[in-house]
Design a protein around this ligand. Structure first.
Ligand code: FAD
Length: 218
């Protein structure tokens, strides 16, 4: 079947004033959880990368997006209404879990800042029985996007702007103050400075670079 790159918007869910989920036609797109797409409005030449938020068994494709007020694409995607079209290329990228490690039941540490939780949401929804700990760093508790998806014993909300999360401080503070099994495989996603600091801390705790994987958003 010949597929074109145009996907209809099916719905939009606002999670906070600035963060929303676009639900779009999947059109038989096959993807590995952790991959991203290049996406923009069909009436614009501008596109940006967005991690796939939905699971690979879900009927439709979902993307979790934070509106950047002085940005070009994220604020214009928010203005779309159901029925409008998006141009989507992909899936792209290699930020996925190693099949052998999943099969062997290895432990995973997922470290996200903000919307950097998107690929981990896809992994948790796609793979049954995953042995993960997810550290989610945000400013305020209301940015715990759809936290009911995760096993509460595996999800740690780290907040800096209020004390209503599970841990008051940055994800890097949490990592500094805790020990992790040395065979844990670690994945980081989101802001570059968070990723650099978190990887540095885990390297100093003795984690080899082969166990550290990163996807930088900005
Ligand atoms: C592989 C990959 C996957 C990505 N997945 C997602 C995703 O799932 N969800 C998502 O919201 N974004 C994601 N991004 C970031 C996204 O591609 C855009 O950079 C973002 O939406 C801003 O685009 P814009 O055109 O609105 O702003 P631009 O005009 O491109 O940029 C404006 C400024 O905003 C900064 N910026 C970009 N993102 C953020 C942010 N989250 N918080 C604060 N400042 C920021 C940029 O560094 C730049 O200085 C991903 C990036 C990559 C490389």
């Amino acid at each position: 079947m010949q597929l074109n790159n145009y996907h209809q918007l099916l719905g939009i869910r606002n999670l906070t004033d600035s963060t929303y989920i676009l639900e779009v036609e999947r059109k038989a797109m096959d993807f590995e959880p952790g991959q991203h797409v290049l996406m923009g409005r069909a009436d614009s030449i501008h596109k940006r990368e967005y991690s796939i938020y939905s699971g690979n068994r879900d009927e439709n494709l979902e993307l979790l997006i934070k509106e950047i007020t002085d940005g070009l694409v994220s604020k214009n995607l928010k203005k779309l209404v159901p029925g409008d079209e998006l141009e989507i290329e992909g899936p792209l990228g290699f930020f996925g879990l190693e099949e052998d490690a999943v099969r062997q039941g290895k432990k995973f540490l997922f470290v996200a800042s903000g919307t950097g939780i998107a690929p981990f949401h896809s992994m948790v929804k796609s793979i049954d029985g995953l042995d993960y700990t997810l550290l989610h760093g945000v400013r305020y508790t209301e940015e715990a996007y759809e936290k009911d998806t995760y096993d509460p014993d595996r999800y740690m909300l780290c907040t800096t702007g209020d004390k209503k999360g599970d841990f008051h401080g940055r994800v890097t503070d949490y990592i500094r103050q805790h020990d992790f099994d040395k065979d844990t495989i670690c994945y980081f996603c989101g802001n570059f400075n968070m990723i650099r600091e978190a990887m540095d801390l885990l390297s100093k705790k003795g984690f080899p670079s082969e166990q550290l994987h990163a996807e930088v958003y900005f």
